[in-house]
Design a protein around this ligand. Sequence first.
Ligand SMILES: Cc1cc2nc3c(=O)[nH]c(=O)nc-3n(C[C@H](O)[C@H](O)[C@H](O)COP(=O)(O)OP(=O)(O)OC[C@H]3O[C@@H](n4cnc5c(N)ncnc54)[C@H](O)[C@@H]3O)c2cc1C
Length: 394
Amino acid sequence: MSTLDDFRSDTRAWLEANCPPSMRTPMPEDERVWGGRQPSFKHPDSRLWLERMAARGWTVPSWPREFGGGGLDADQTQILNGEMARLRCRSPLFSFGISMLGPVLLKYGTPAQKARHLPPIARGEIRWCQGYSEPGAGSDLAALATRAEDRGDHFLVNGQKIWTSYAHYADWIFCLVRTDTSVKQGGISFLLFDMTSGGVETRPITLISGASVFCETFFTDVRVPKENLVGRLNGGWEIAKELLQHERGMIAQIGRAIGGVVPDVDVIARQYLGDAQGRIADPILRDAVARHLMNDRAFALTVRRAGEESAAGVANGGVSSMFKYYGTEQNKRKFELILKLAGTRALGWEAPGFSADELTLCRSWLRSKGNSIEGGTSEIQLNVIAKRVLGLPD
Ligand SMILES: Cc1cc2nc3c(=O)[nH]c(=O)nc-3n(C[C@H](O)[C@H](O)[C@H](O)COP(=O)(O)OP(=O)(O)OC[C@H]3O[C@@H](n4cnc5c(N)ncnc54)[C@H](O)[C@@H]3O)c2cc1C
């Protein structure tokens, strides 16, 4: 047996022995574990599951062991993901530290920054938020105006961020700040700071779905030690762009994450339209469901192919934009289709007479609209693809 076959059977045995059965069920959004200084474990088994996975380094399987990772190579990581999907294991930890900050700290962080920040991210002890967007800087992110003035041994930060997801729950922020006003991209730096620092204030914004996941975030004379600068002074734009690639890859997968909450479209179709001799009863909607599932399958295969190409060193700079664009537009189409399939049963909000599953449909449909905005809009992804993949002029 090859080493990878051994790894697969060991992994399967370990997951079967250690993943509690309750952690192999679809995960309601409010049972996600985000970690942090004051973590919330709505499902009691989710703490045990996180602790077991973190002890093995499998919350961040591909990170080096010295930083709390599993030290797995690309093939082993893929096997682990495949085995977790096969057993329908829940993701033990959702974390912007894992999906966004960690990869850039591994590349740009000093040894001291890596040693300080990466292990708590891997164990889910510190929760991070992303301070990029500002009222005057969204798609044109490099127009950001939040200032960080050099005050000798520290920076003094003043300004405002907006749409800062989960800022009101976050322990630390990774933040883009202006350290030079004479140039645009070349005057941006990448800072880390504690959200309990004096002068940080968050004000939650309520979403159309009724949830309140993001905030306006204000900074007034926030003192940030110089050691919290990642990379060069005025060298933050390169790090910011690289982090966005990781973020876009993560958002492109959001459809699948939500898939854990909302049943697949064919299951919903059979539930609401009925089943005629093994086929979805309505021929027109059956066609729409089949088309959607084929596109899903093709997308999953393309993502896998790109992953294998990247592991083999064949990099394509535009791939995260392509996946972000397609994955989020496909996720929006999914929820449009679900609304057609479930009809008025998808319109329940809080009223009695709807099942718990039905009450998630309309909210998830509304939430999906944000997918093609967060992390850069679809139009911006198309601009990136035009420039970087197709080589078209500006
Ligand atoms: C659910 C959600 C979570 C978010 N979380 C965070 C977070 O945690 N941290 C954070 O920093 N930000 C966050 N954001 C903000 C997000 O990154 C911005 O909303 C996004 O970059 C778009 O910026 P904007 O809202 O200012 O829109 P604008 O930039 O004002 O764009 C408005 C419209 O104009 C179009 N447009 C703009 N420029 C161009 C162009 N050059 N070519 C073609 N069309 C163009 C856009 O596509 C869009 O349709 C979040 C957003 C959402 C929806």
